[in-house]
Design a protein. Structure first.
Length: 378
């Protein structure tokens, strides 16, 4: 089966290595926990309201410092760990991490009041509370999952590039290196603007259960490099010296275009949430008043109702193209997932926004901004 899928190289571990691979998430989770608690951080307010005080919750953020430190530790081969270890142990790490997430979810869920979730299994899956912090808010479980997941996404990609280089040498695919560069840049950018995450749907509404924990820690951290599981085992696609720059530069330009749309859209929303009357990139915000809430209707948010997803679509397309093996399905796994996920997500978002702002006001916004994600198309 693994041979037919082209991932048999991920099973080439000794018995001891299999055990270490299974335990790798345990070591990673512990190291990141200590780093988040012990390293210095800034405290910033979020959008979510603390029910105990009625004020915006304040979060300790040190993701950028942790990420840079994690990359340095990986690069120097701390404790003799091979740079390709994270990639080679991927399958076993996913298994071990899933088991560990289940244990964490059991503690996180059943230590909270039952609330509306009467079915224990439903509560374990979806969670019972929206927040879970420790040590006088020094540690926040939600932000921890994003720090671990984001950092491991980049580290797993870098590890896969190291494996690819070791295997193919001069016949290596430069697209694999560019892919690792894409993800490292994307995650670095995320941590530079970490506070923007505090104004997302996940932070405001997602509950702490197995779904959120596994999604943030394992799916985001390990499974988002799924294209690399197949593509790291393929050499240079064989383009000529003339066409190779067009292919690589084209993928990079498309990636940067997607990043620009995604970052710009999210930054405009963040700026509007914090300072509703402040200009963004010289654009004076226009909005629809919906009770005590405001719906932004111009700038990026005047192009489409979920224009940030357009950015993610474009990024995903660039990732599918960057490997150069256009006929291999592995290269397109992330692209297919992102296209499907955000198509579904915007339907759920529209329903939620209609409830949040009121059906009449949301219909007014829909009339003013008719496109969902892709201006002029969808």
């Amino acid at each position: 089966m693994a041979d037919a899928l082209g991932i048999d190289h991920l099973l080439e571990l000794s018995g001891t290595e299999m055990i270490l691979g299974f335990l790798t998430p345990l070591f990673i989770f512990a190291a990141f926990f200590l780093a988040q608690v012990l390293l210095p951080a800034i405290r910033v307010p979020g959008y979510a309201i603390d029910s105990a005080t009625g004020e915006p919750r304040k979060y300790r953020l040190n993701g950028l410092l942790i990420f840079v430190l994690a990359v340095v530790v990986w690069a120097v081969g701390f404790a003799g760990m091979p740079r390709d270890w994270f990639y080679r142990s991927s399958l076993y790490a996913v298994a071990g991490g899933t088991a560990l997430c289940l244990l964490i979810a059991i503690v996180a869920v059943f230590s909270q009041p039952r609330g509306e979730a009467k079915n224990p299994l439903a509560g374990l899956w979806a969670g019972r509370s929206r927040e879970l912090s420790l040590f006088n808010h020094r540690f926040d479980l939600k932000m921890y999952t994003y720090v671990v997941g984001g950092a491991m996404w980049a580290l797993n990609a870098l590890s896969g590039a190291a494996y690819h280089h070791e295997r193919f040498g001069e016949d290596a695919n430069p697209g694999v290196y560019l892919y690792a560069g894409f993800l490292t840049f994307y995650v670095l950018d995320y941590f530079v603007y970490e506070r923007v995450q505090l104004y997302t749907y996940d932070m405001m509404h997602e509950q702490v259960g197995f779904r959120m924990l596994w999604g943030g820690l394992i799916f985001y951290g390990w499974l988002f490099i799924l294209p690399l599981w197949g593509m790291a085992a393929h050499p240079h696609p064989g383009f000529s010296a003339v066409w190779t720059p067009f292919w690589l530069v084209g993928a990079a330009v498309l990636f940067l275009l997607g990043w620009g749309i995604s970052r710009g859209t999210n930054m405009q929303k963040y700026t509007f949430k914090r300072w509703p009357d402040r200009k963004f990139m010289g654009i004076q915000p226009e909005y629809i008043q919906a009770g005590d809430r405001k719906i932004l209707v111009n700038g990026f948010w005047g192009k489409a109702r979920h224009f940030n997803y357009m950015g993610e679509w474009t990024l995903a397309l660039a990732i599918g193209l960057v490997f150069g093996h256009f006929d291999i399905l592995w290269a397109w796994t992330y692209t297919i997932f992102i296209l499907g996920f955000f198509t579904w997500r915007q339907l759920a978002d529209d329903k939620f926004c209609a409830e949040k702002y009121g059906p009449e006001k949301w219909a007014e916004y829909q009339a003013r901004v008719p496109y969902r994600i892709f201006p002029g198309v969808y």
